[in-house]
Design a binder for this molecule. Structure first.
Ligand code: MN
Length: 297
């Protein structure tokens, strides 16, 4: 009551500020606000700015679900690829210019890769630096060695490279069957992390089992598993009789034991893997130094 009323008033003030005139609604609106009290779980967060991207393209249901799930957490900007850009990893488009247009729902659409979207957003498109970058929700898992190829993870990684805390979300099976549950998980996780955010930039890779929300068996903090090498390419012929090749399917999980992302998702748990970028083989470094020290260049 007494002090609580003051807090309530403060929250309402923040809420109305959120809808204030800082941005033109035709440029930035991401659709009608849901019937959800703003900041109900985030009393300490003031005007968080969230950039959301994906790799499945601006029309993907997973993107709309993530944006909807984050309503009320802050000011949301969406910058997403025009085309499905899954599997593009961290590619940046350097050989042609990029154009951006705004879709009817307020999403910015960029004719490039997921990394292009976040890169352009952070280096000139957005008027202010976001406090958080989210990517997804991807159509399919991004676990183990797949994270190397993932455009979803790459979009989040681009935010992390620029020093912004970032989270990639993936639904572990293709087809969006239980996307609503994954969206609830995404919101809940963002709220939990932002309630007491770790210092410095960080990057989380989240995979949600494709289960109804009631069927999820909790959350596990995991390490990346490993996969066997990919299946061979599929060779076919084009109508002129020339050979064409399709990249083969990913290999089966090779290291999927306790503690891995594969294991958590197989057990029905949400997998959260903290990622870093340093590819140095630290364990192998001294051996290489010894091996190469005496040689000539
Ligand atoms: Mn994708």
């Amino acid at each position: 009551p007494g002090a609580g009323g003051g807090e309530q008033g403060q929250l309402q003030q923040r809420s109305s500020h959120q809808q204030g005139p800082r941005r033109k609604p035709d440029e930035f609106s991401t659709g009608p606000a849901p019937n959800r009290p703003a900041f109900e779980a985030l009393p300490t967060i003031f005007m968080m700015r969230i950039l959301i991207a994906n790799d499945d393209g601006y029309l993907a249901p997973g993107l709309a679900a993530l944006v909807e799930a984050c309503q009320g957490l802050g000011e949301i900007d969406v910058v997403a690829p025009e085309q499905n850009a899954s599997g593009t990893s961290n590619a940046l488009t350097l050989q042609r210019p990029l154009t951006v247009w705004t879709a009817a729902n307020g999403f910015r659409v960029l004719n490039g890769t997921p990394s292009d979207c976040v890169h352009v957003a952070l280096t000139g498109l957005l008027p202010q630096r976001p406090d958080l970058v989210l990517s997804g929700i991807n159509n399919g898992a991004n676990m183990g060695d797949d994270t190397i190829y993932s455009g979803t993870v790459a979009a989040a990684m681009e935010g992390y490279l620029f020093g912004v805390p970032s989270i990639a979300f993936s639904l572990a099976e293709k087809g969006w069957r239980h996307l609503d549950a994954a969206a609830r998980v995404a919101r809940s996780l963002v709220e939990r992390v932002l309630a007491a955010p770790p210092a410095g930039p960080w990057l989380l890779n989240v995979n949600v089992p494709d289960l109804p929300h009631a069927g999820l068996r909790g959350l596990r903090t995991t390490r990346l598993g490993r996969r066997h090498a990919s299946e061979p390419v599929i060779r076919q012929s084009n109508p002129r009789g020339e050979p064409i090749y399709w990249i083969g399917a990913a290999g089966d999980a090779r290291e999927a034991g306790e503690g891995t992302d594969f294991h958590a998702v197989a057990e029905g748990c949400v997998s959260v893997t903290p990622l870093q970028i340093d590819l140095t083989d630290h364990a192998g470094l001294p051996g290489w130094a010894d091996r190469l020290a005496a040689g000539h260049v």
